[in-house]
Design a protein around this ligand. Structure first.
Ligand code: MG
Length: 213
């Protein structure tokens, strides 16, 4: 499988579609990023739902600039296979769902890091196709699903991405899932139509119920 696949490379079966974000949903992001920062003499403080301003030097407590945070993120993503781990229950849950549905990963990570992410996902037992795009997620889900009369599900930690999919693929079941509890408490609340899942077991129950509607 190529590491940088295109939307047009994805072949869906005649069955439901589950589109899932990666960071904070399938792979832990914030906890490993905190561990990585500590290895570079920085810490991430859960003061608000953003990275810039909350990444500070361990000793001086001085906030890293946006450019410095971007550089830290760049190195983290380039070496993510040394840091990122699967979220609780994701491997078994997706394996179960993949018997009845197509699963596609949609990550907003810069596509230049897709090779290392693909290898990490494969090693963890998450072999589903990976799209890496920084474009809004709604139009991508709309094009993938293409108005089929089949159930479609979208899972993400970011309210903005869920709203984008709601706008462009209104029949989609929207699920909010976020691994890091400290930052989850600081996140903007998703819209009322979004199912806020406590974990992958909760998400799987909502997805199975949606398949049967
Ligand atoms: Mg995410």
């Amino acid at each position: 499988m190529s590491d940088t696949i295109l939307e047009s490379d994805i072949r869906l079966g005649d069955r439901p579609l589950v589109v899932s974000d990666i960071d904070e949903v399938v792979l832990e992001f914030l906890s490993p990023f905190q561990a990585y920062l500590e290895s570079c003499d920085h810490v991430l403080l859960p003061r608000s739902f953003r990275l810039t301003g909350n990444v500070v030097h361990r000793e001086t407590q001085e906030a890293a600039s946006e450019a410095a945070v971007n550089e830290l993120l760049e190195t983290f993503y380039a070496t993510q296979d040394r840091w990122q781990t699967p979220t609780l229950g994701v491997v078994e849950t997706l394996r179960g769902l993949s018997r009845d549905a197509d699963i596609v990963f949609l990550t907003a990570m810069p596509p230049r890091h897709a090779t290392v992410r693909r290898a990490l996902l494969d090693r963890l037992g998450l072999p589903y196709p990976l799209l890496a795009s920084e474009d809004p997620k709604g139009p991508i889900v709309q094009r993938l699903h293409a108005g089929r009369a089949l159930p479609v599900v979208f899972i993400d930690d970011i309210a903005r991405n869920l709203e984008s999919v709601q706008t462009h693929a209104p029949s989609c079941l929207l699920i909010n899932l976020m691994a890091n509890k400290a930052f989850r408490a600081l996140a903007p609340a998703p819209a009322d139509c979004v199912h806020v899942a406590a974990d992958w077991t909760d998400a799987a129950n909502a997805i199975r119920a949606h398949f049967q509607r």
